[in-house]
Design a protein around this ligand. Structure first.
Ligand code: NAD
Length: 242
C-alpha cells in the first residue's frame, strides 16, 4: 500500500494498493462514497529534497507510486531526474505517464521483457552507470530485495542511496517498536526516524526476516476472511467486516 500523490489544494491523498491480504482486500470492497474510520498523517520525516545534480529514482512494482512525488519534487528542485521503474510484466506497469512527466528520462523494464525491455531495475541502473552518466544520488522504493540489490550496486561507486523502508508498522508514532530496523548498527524506528534511510547502512536481511514474522497469522486471517465471503455476508459488499 503506497501513498501515490498529494493534492493539498483539494484535500486529496491518492493511495495505490494491491489486494494481497485481509486488510487490502477489505479496502478493495469500498465503493465511491464509502469511508474508513481514520486516516492520519503526515508521519515520520519528509524526503530530503535538494539540488543534488543527477538523480536516479527507482520504483519497483507497487513501490512505484511512492517514488512519483519524490521524483517530481526532485525535478522541481532543479535536478536532472532519470527514473527507472520495473514490473514483472507489461500488464502490471503502473503510473508510466506520471513518471514520464516527473522525469527527464524514463526507463521502464519488465522481468519477462513483455514491454520490449527485459531486466530488473538493477540491470537498467547498471546500464546508466556503464554509459558514463555521473549519478549523484539514487532514491529507491520497492521490494526489500530490490532495495538491497540497488544499494549493493551503488556502494562500490560511492553513490549515496536512499531507500524507503516498509517494515510492519502498528501505531506509526514511535510507541510500539514493531517497525524497528537496524541502520549502521543502530536501532531506528522506521515510523519516526524514517521511512528513508541510507541504503548502504541498512540490514536488509534482518528486515526481510522481520517482515515474515506474522506470515502464519496473516495467512489464517485471509483464510477466515475468504471463508466468511464464501458464506455470504450481511454487509452486502462481498467483504465481511464483522
Ligand atoms: P515485484 O516483486 O513485482 O518487483 C518489482 C520490481 O522490483 C521487479 O520488476 C524488478 O525490477 C525489481 N526486483 C525484484 N526483485 C529484484 C531483485 N532480486 N533484484 C533486483 N531487482 C529486483 O514487486 P511487487 O509485487 O509489485 O511488490 C512490491 C513490493 O514493494 C512489495 O514487497 C511491497 O511491500 C513493497 N513496497 C515497498 C514500499 C516501500 O516503502 N519500500 C512501498 C510500497 C510497496
Amino acid at each position: 500500500m503506497t501513498i501515490g500523490d498529494l493534492r493539498p489544494d483539494d484535500g486529496v491523498v491518492v493511495i495505490v494498493f494491491q489486494e494481497v491480504g485481509k486488510s487490502t482486500k477489505l479496502l478493495g470492497t469500498l465503493e465511491p462514497g464509502d469511508s474508513i474510520l481514520d486516516f492520519i498523517g503526515p508521519l515520520g520525516r519528509a524526503s530530503e529534497i535538494e539540488k543534488f545534480g543527477t538523480v536516479v529514482c527507482i520504483g519497483g512494482g507497487v513501490g512505484t507510486p511512492e517514488i512519483f512525488p519524490v521524483a517530481r519534487a526532485l525535478k522541481q528542485a532543479g535536478n536532472q531526474v532519470i527514473s527507472i521503474i520495473g514490473f514483472r510484466n507489461k500488464d502490471l506497469i503502473l503510473m508510466e505517464p506520471e513518471m514520464r512527466s516527473a522525469s527527464d528520462e524514463l526507463i521502464v523494464a519488465t522481468d519477462d521483457g513483455s514491454n520490449g525491455n527485459k531486466g530488473f531495475v538493477t540491470d537498467m541502473l547498471q546500464k546508466v552507470i556503464d554509459r558514463g552518466t555521473k549519478v549523484d544520488r539514487v532514491f529507491a522504493v520497492g521490494p526489500v530485495i530490490m532495495m538491497k540489490m540497488v544499494s549493493k550496486l551503488t556502494e562500490p561507486h560511492k553513490i549515496p542511496t536512499v531507500v524507503s523502508l516498509n517494515p510492519i508498522m502498528l501505531d506509526a508514532t514511535g510507541m510500539c517498536g514493531v517497525c524497528r530496523v537496524d541502520v549502521g548498527g543502530e536501532t531506528k524506528l522506521a515510523c519516526v526516524d524514517g521511512p528513508e534511510f541510507d541504503g548502504h547502512k541498512v540490514d536488509f536481511d534482518l528486515l526481510m526476516q522481520r517482515l515474515r514474522v506474522y506470515l502464519p497469522e496473516e495467512k489464517r486471517s485471509l483464510e477466515l476472511f475468504e471463508a466468511g465471503n464464501a458464506k455470504g455476508c450481511s454487509c452486502g459488499k462481498g467483504g465481511c467486516r464483522g
